[in-house]
Design a binder for this molecule. Sequence first.
Ligand code: BES
Ligand code: ZN
Ligand code: ZN
Length: 511
Amino acid sequence: MRKIINVEVKTRKVDLSECTAEMIAAGYFSDAKGLDEVCRQLDKKLDGAISKVIELGDFKGKENSSALIYGNGRIGAKRVLLVGLGERRKATLDTVRKAAALAANTAVKMRLQSIALSLHSEFGRRFDVERLGRVCAEGAYFGSYRYDEFVTEDDNGRAESLCVELVEADAAKLSRLNTGLAAGIIIGKAQSYARTIANRPANVINPMSLAAEARKLASTTDGLSCKVFDEKQMAEKGMGGILAVGSGSANKPRFIVLRYAGGKGAAKKATIGLVGKAITFDSGGISIKPASRMNQMKLDKSGGIAVLATMKAAAELRLGLNIYGIIPAAENLPSGTSYRPGDIITTYSGKTVEVQNTDAEGRMILCDALDFAVKQKCDVIIDIATLTGACLVALGKYMAAVMTNDDRLGKQLQTAAQQSGEKLWPMPCGDEYAEEVKSKIADLKNIGGKWGGACTGAAFLRQFVGETRWAHLDIAGMDMFEKETAVSTGGSRGFGVRLLTTYLMNVAKNK
Ligand code: BES
Ligand code: ZN
Ligand code: ZN
């Protein structure tokens, strides 16, 4: 099996024009009046080649655009990639992250093995240098990622590895850049890890192999431990929801509990429960889905994997928190042993649920996991799930929905969303919606009416958290049907890893 591309990110103290690299990436604003310091330096040595591209109108500095200029022997690098940053006043840290991603993506496409980034210098006065280091590293990992483990042909259009260097001549800036870079590398690698596990198909990742992966992660990560409940242990505990969903498949369900305890005095620190839906394949079950694009439902485990990768990042960052990573994992298939529409299931909490549609399986596994988190006395619970097609209809592919019973938690998540570039939009999950999931013959039913499916889904989950501060992230559509873009390859984007890790970092810093 081919190895996922190996990416290394570091800083380098060097004058830009002397920097030897296969390619240097420099940023350019669409409304720039002339060249900035970095480009001017290069332009001079390149006999005006940069000003020429701009003068001719071949490159306008728009976001997601770039122009390639070849070196002439008078600069250290072989090529210069001008990366569009869009309008100066609209630029955010995410602009820098995306520019780094575009540059890294281009380098991999061109089979280059090294690239130097000089993207942060344009923003030095506007954003904290440490933050700039972090987003450059995150972007470099995001853009260079490829999923080609199963490609056996030699020519898969990329080099084996990529080395990314952030170029800075000023020693004081370099040290701040390095601090940010260290965090960015951990987060970037965790996101790539999430993408690989999520992209693996359902004949490779099933609940058992996912549990084995979680165990492996815990055994190789300091401070992380892992417990897995098999179907017998789940039956003893009365986890009827996850058992019902997993009952149709020969691949039995698993309940994965990762735990991270943050160093000394951990007992006094807040306990956060992250809960992620890991349906390793969602055929819909007896309420089977249409054939078209059903293959995408291997990505129905994305929420659980975001939790897995966030636990990895949190432990490597040594955050001062207690964190549970709770991942209910099951495969939703139709068979003679499947759960059926009409069944009444007793969940871990004791609440009964009338199944009206076996394709609304996410909430059936999450309700047991949420109740488990409550029983562990988590101060805050955040669940993340590709829960509803309705969310995709409501918000499209650009942001995930956040529903919560706690405004402060909602605000903290919005802050993390802005910082991480993984966007959230608030949606309701109040009593009107909860009314729709009441059953006449059980406590609850697993679907509401025709409209507002993302909200009734969230309202169902809310019934299992009691008074605990809780938020639900519906990420349907964030990982599914992803096509290649200027900044990244297709398939899973590992959505949620940057968002959740940023949230945890902020909480650990008491923000
Ligand atoms: N995994 C799906 C949700 C989904 C759909 C995610 C499309 C991404 C893209 C979920 O389990 C599901 O099938 N939900 C149903 C719920 C319905 C039966 C109430 C849906 O959205 O149709
Ligand atoms: Zn489903
Ligand atoms: Zn599903």
